[in-house]
Write a protein that binds this ligand. Structure first.
Ligand code: ADP
Ligand code: MG
Length: 207
């Protein structure tokens, strides 16, 4: 049986003085699974990631997870503009290991010698995926990883992420339902949580 890489139980969270974003929220992700988190702006998608990453205090519920990796929306803000890509990845893993991943990511070695702005958005996003993968995450948190890219590149990038599911689980935040339906094994809609009675468990919801 595939191992569990994320287990959230009975999570409740509210920002100070605000309504709860989730009540009794539970979710499990196993290695080999891609689970999409959807919901309109403000429904608490990014907050969920911050809670998983331990950047916000957890007051009710439990969150357990394996080693984390991150892919953010805008690859240009994930890299310092004045240093070569290779130097910004080298702190994560030795160059040799980096090169093992290049073919799978469709990246030429020479690209790594360049500065971020010399690459297209899609190329640079693949570099940030490379950096995330080199940390050998068990759970990859992807916050709108393709929404800064054009349509064709979006799909290519998503296909490429899916290819690594043999070794990790993916939690994918997206506002794009079509993308979620295409990529995810399960879709969890955070907005629904607000409309349903408190106490509903949304894990396993299939759109
Ligand atoms: P999403 O990523 O789905 O757009 P967020 O998790 O960013 O939603 O935000 C959820 C809600 O919490 C929003 O109403 C937002 O204004 C509010 N919020 C986000 N961060 C903070 C914060 N640091 N303090 C107070 N409220 C916040
Ligand atoms: Mg957000």
């Amino acid at each position: 049986m595939a191992e569990t890489v994320l287990k959230i139980d009975d999570l409740r969270f509210a920002y100070e003085g605000k309504e709860a974003l989730y009540t009794d929220f539970s979710l499990e992700v196993k290695r080999g699974e891609c689970v999409a988190i959807v919901g309109p702006s403000g429904s608490g998608k990014s907050t969920l990631f911050e809670l998983i990453a331990g950047n916000l205090p957890l007051r009710r519920g439990t969150i357990r997870h394996g080693r984390l990796g991150w892919v953010f929306q805008d690859p240009y803000s994930s890299f310092h503009p004045s240093y070569r890509i290779v130097d910004q990845i080298a702190d994560v893993a030795p160059t040799q290991k980096m090169q093992e991943y290049l073919p799978d990511l469709g990246l030429e070695r020479s690209l790594l010698q360049k500065l971020p702005h010399e690459l297209s958005g899609g190329q640079l996003q693949r570099c940030s995926i490379l950096r995330a993968l080199l940390m050998e995450p068990e759970l990859l948190l992807c916050d709108e990883p393709t929404s800064a890219l054009d349509n064709l590149t979006q799909l290519e990038t998503m296909k490429l992420l899916i290819r690594f599911l043999d070794r990790l689980g993916i939690l994918l935040i997206t506002h794009d339902l079509d993308l979620a339906r295409w990529a995810a094994d399960r879709i969890v809609d955070l907005a629904k949580e607000e409309y349903d009675d408190a106490g509903k468990n949304h894990s396993g919801r299939v759109a």
